[in-house]
Design a protein around this ligand. Structure first.
Ligand SMILES: Cc1ncc(C[n+]2csc(CCOP(=O)(O)OP(=O)(O)O)c2C)c(N)n1
Length: 355
């Protein structure tokens, strides 16, 4: 596939000139570019296929680099790199002298915060929002955080402060229902409940839209909202922290993403947008097996991953996982703790043995 429109985008300012229809074409070219470039270099695939539309919408709505996008999960930022002047250098990804697989402040003015992963973005964006307020600068701060990354303590520490800071900031939760590996923990259950509570979001928004021009009735609608929350799903944990929660919305639909982000951009105080994406979106093999395609080596996109015929190279992770299993065989008191992801961390086999 050729990428005629993508090739005209040297910076986000170029994409802000495109029509909605052209943005959709851009998304399709960008997805194809991500796929073929990762297939050539190896790197992170599934997560980046999932952030194509979200990245376009964020750069379209916010005036980057003046507005600050803080990507939490470094391995979701290839579309961001490609749209911010690094398309031609994607062939050097993760190679000596090449560009990094994560955001780096010394690589681009669009990379506002150096990170690999995870869970630091809300703190960073909050700091940026408060600094802008203190300096009287009119710029926005947006944290984009994955559902896996959201489960860590530092993210909650930041929500705890953000909710009472009155800072003009936006947290975008990119919920792909995966945390490199299948998710673990109670937060994931909460998010799943929010997704199943679509009725609540719809009922609330309809009531507000209809009644927005009638102030006394608007009050009533707000009370209805409280009531609906209690009836359908409990208030979201993010509202309890003091954020204005909106969502969940389809993170692959530019027609939902752009107007919603435009609305939120103009609101005061801490805002929270819950976006639902699919890991591997648009490449059937990765959609079917997002774990295998999370961080593949080089491969042919037409064939997908093929098992090598020779003996597999043993990774450090594998050696550590095997050691853990050996130790567990002789000491039943041994307990393994994963950092909210099974395959990406050593105890893979250990977890399989006990679950
Ligand atoms: C404090 C901390 N806990 C756990 C990890 C391990 N970790 C690395 S990335 C990640 C989350 C990845 O999941 P998600 O944010 O949903 O992004 P996805 O891989 O699905 O794109 C986690 C838990 C970490 N890096 N730091």
């Amino acid at each position: 596939m050729k990428h005629p429109l993508l090739e005209t985008i040297q910076s986000p300012a170029d994409l802000r000139r495109l029509s909605r229809l052209e943005l959709k074409q851009l998304a399709s070219e960008l997805r194809d570019f991500v796929l073929h470039s990762v297939a050539q270099t190896g790197g992170h695939l599934s997560s980046n296929l999932g952030t194509v539309e979200l990245t376009i919408a964020l750069h379209y709505v916010f005036h980057t680099p003046k507005d600050r996008l803080v990507w939490d999960v470094g391995h979701q930022t290839y579309p961001h790199k490609i749209l911010t002047g690094r398309r031609d250098r994607m062939s050097t990804l993760k190679q000596m002298g090449g560009i990094s697989g994560f955001p780096r402040r010394d690589e681009s003015e669009y990379d506002t915060f150096g990170t690999a992963h995870s869970s630091t973005s809300i703190s960073a964006a909050l700091g940026m929002a408060v600094a802008a307020r203190q300096k009287g600068e009119d710029r926005k701060a947006v944290a984009i955080i994955g559902d896996g990354a959201m489960s860590a303590g530092m993210a909650f520490e930041a929500l705890n402060n953000g909710g009472v800071s009155h800072a003009d900031m936006l947290v975008v939760l990119n919920d792909n229902d995966m945390s490199i590996s299948p998710p673990v923990g109670a937060l994931n259950r909460h998010l799943a409940r929010l997704m199943s509570g679509k009725f609540y979001a719809t009922a609330r928004d309809t009531a507000k839209t209809v009644l927005k021009n009638a102030p006394p009735l608007f009050e009533l609608a707000k009370r209805f909202e409280e009531h609906a929350k209690g009836m359908v799903v409990p208030g979201t944990i993010f509202e309890e922290f003091g954020f204005n929660y909106v969502g969940p919305i389809d993170g692959h639909d530019l027609d939902s993403l752009i107007p919603t982000l435009e609305n939120l951009r103009d609101l005061k105080g801490p805002q929270f947008l819950h976006v639902v994406t699919k890991k591997g979106y648009g490449y059937k093999l990765a959609e079917a097996d997002p774990v295998a395609y999370h961080g593949p080596g080089k491969f042919d996109p037409a064939k997908g991953l093929v098992k090598s015929s020779g003996p597999a190279k043993v990774s450090f992770t594998q050696v550590f996982g095997d050691w853990l299993c050996d130790m567990a065989a002789v000491d039943e008191r041994l307990v393994g703790i994963t950092p909210a992801m099974r395959e990406g961390s050593a105890p893979g086999d250990f977890c399989l043995a006990i679950t």
